[in-house]
Design a protein around this ligand. Structure first.
Ligand code: UD1
Ligand code: CA
Length: 451
């Protein structure tokens, strides 16, 4: 039986922010939400978040998550004081308590699972996660014997220069036998540099306390300031990109690429530099994205090319090429074997297969069939100043350069639109439509106008 308590009451002074530290966002999700998520494998009996500074706000931000309980620490007198708030709350609880700092968002689920397992198998009163850091500055140092049994934890600011040499640090992740912890919590003092009640002091009162090293020390990165937040983002990105490269995705200069956790990629996708893939995007095998592209919440089928373009909330079918400099602005559905070229913007429109819009066009609220050719500079004028209107263009139709389709408008199949036309009335299939003034020449106009 395991209950989880997440310490999230502190303000996070070092962030220099009005927002409570644990609500700062790391790649789209708050720190505390990430910590909660890392407990998933444990299936805890209880998930308690200890709140204080702007607690109501934290509660609101987490309201979409099920099964959370909140305990308030009215004054933030230290991590030990935070856990003391659980004493009345868990009076009859007989299981283990996993305590997590709300500012450690990079923990892997498996790490916590193993920590609890070790704790339960070795009958410890407490088991805590440690790491050997190249730069341990700011972390509490953990002093152990050769069997990893912990004698004390000393905060960085309370260490002597000799103690600071110890690079084994406290991750702020502990599994306790709750009843044993509850017995010693009232003994905490404030006998330290910060005059706070430190949770770490309990290791002196419990028997036995074991330290377990984490395999990848980056996991325990705690966020105390903005620099550490940006470092955490980089660590997370490296993790995501390494995962996809192992799964068969090719990345060129991955350090210039960002990919959200919610993205799905297939093997043999190629991602070029300066490309950013976000939201619930899926990219199928053989597609080549970038350089210089942003794909957000979109579905890209196999063997698609996207070059220097932005694709937002849209779908692109197989073998289509997008860009350079195209913008699928939202709800664009582009068929297979299409070509969407330079400076083409598409919004709320669907294009059939083998349809091209290769240069300088705006297609909004339009439905295009198959094999349509949109000439350079074709515009669908979809907005009359009040409402948006639809344009329907039948299969096989070709629009001439610089033509305007004034919606609502339907062009039948295999229509040809003359260059420069402003088409305002529906056109039947197979017709040629010319909707512009006929060219007129006035001879010798220069001479006459001077006279
Ligand atoms: C803490 C540990 C340190 C460890 C480090 C790991 C203590 C005394 N020190 O230090 O050994 O190396 O984490 O990152 O525990 N909080 C409350 N109520 C309070 C104070 C803090 O809920 O009264 C919460 C904070 O919101 C935060 C977490 O506890 O989420 C840790 O607090 P923080 O002040 O960041 O502790 P560190 O100084 O980093
Ligand atoms: Ca911290």
């Amino acid at each position: 039986m395991v209950a989880v308590a997440i310490l999230a009451a502190g303000r996070g002074t070092r962030m220099k922010s009005d927002l409570p530290k644990v609500l700062h966002s790391l790649a789209g999700r708050s720190l505390v939400e990430r910590v909660i998520d890392s407990c998933q494998l444990l299936e805890p009996d209880k998930k308690i978040v200890i709140i204080g500074y702007q607690g109501v706000k934290i509660q609101q931000e987490l309201s979409h998550l099920d099964g959370l309980e909140f305990v308030t620490q009215t004054e933030q007198l230290g991590t030990g004081h935070a856990v003391q708030q659980l004493i009345p709350y868990l009076q009859d609880y007989q299981g283990d308590l996993l305590v997590l700092n709300g500012d450690a968002p990079l923990l892997r689920k498996i790490t916590l699972h193993q920590l609890v397992k070790t704790h339960q198998q070795s009958g410890n009163a407490a088991t805590l996660l440690t790491a050997h850091l190249p730069n341990p500055q700011g972390y509490g140092r953990v002093f152990c014997d050769r069997n990893n049994l912990v004698s004390q934890i000393i905060e960085d600011r309370d260490c002597t220069p000799a103690q600071k040499q110890n690079r084994r640090v406290n991750a702020g992740i502990y599994c306790f036998k709750w009843q044993k912890l509850a017995q010693v919590l009232p003994q905490l003092s404030t006998n330290n540099d910060q005059k706070e009640y430190y949770l770490t002091e309990v290791v002196g009162y419990l028997d036995q306390v074991m330290a377990v090293d984490v395999a990848d020390h980056l996991e325990i990165t705690g966020i105390n300031d903005r620099q550490q937040l940006s470092t955490a983002y980089n660590i997370l990105q490296t993790r995501i990109k390494d995962y996809w490269m192992k799964a068969g995705v090719m990345m060129i200069q991955p350090e210039t690429i960002t990919i959200d956790e919610t993205v799905q990629l297939e093997p043999d996708v190629i991602i070029e530099p300066q490309t950013h893939i976000r939201g619930h995007t899926l990219i199928a095998t053989g597609s080549h994205i970038g350089p210089g592209s942003l794909i957000d919440n979109s579905k890209i089928a196999s063997n698609v090319t996207v070059l220097y373009s932005v694709v937002n909330n849209s779908e692109v079918a197989e073998n289509t090429t997008v860009g350079p400099y195209a913008h699928l602005r939202g709800a664009a559905k582009v068929g297979a074997n299409c070509r969407i070229g330079n400076f083409v913007e598409i919004k709320k429109s669907s294009l059939g297969d083998n349809t091209n819009a290769a240069h300088l066009s705006y297609l909004g609220d339009a439905t295009l069939g198959d094999r349509v050719n949109i000439g350079a500079g074709t515009i669908t004028a979809n907005y009359d100043g009040i409402r948006k209107h639809q344009t329907i263009i039948g299969s096989g139709t070709k629009t001439g350069s610089n033509s305007v389709m004034v919606a609502p408008l339907t062009l039948g199949e295999n229509v040809t639109v003359a260059a420069g036309s402003v088409v305002t009335k529906d056109v039947p299939p197979d017709a040629l439509v010319i909707a512009r003034a006929r060219q007129k020449e006035i001879p010798d106009w220069q001479q006459n106008s001077k006279q």
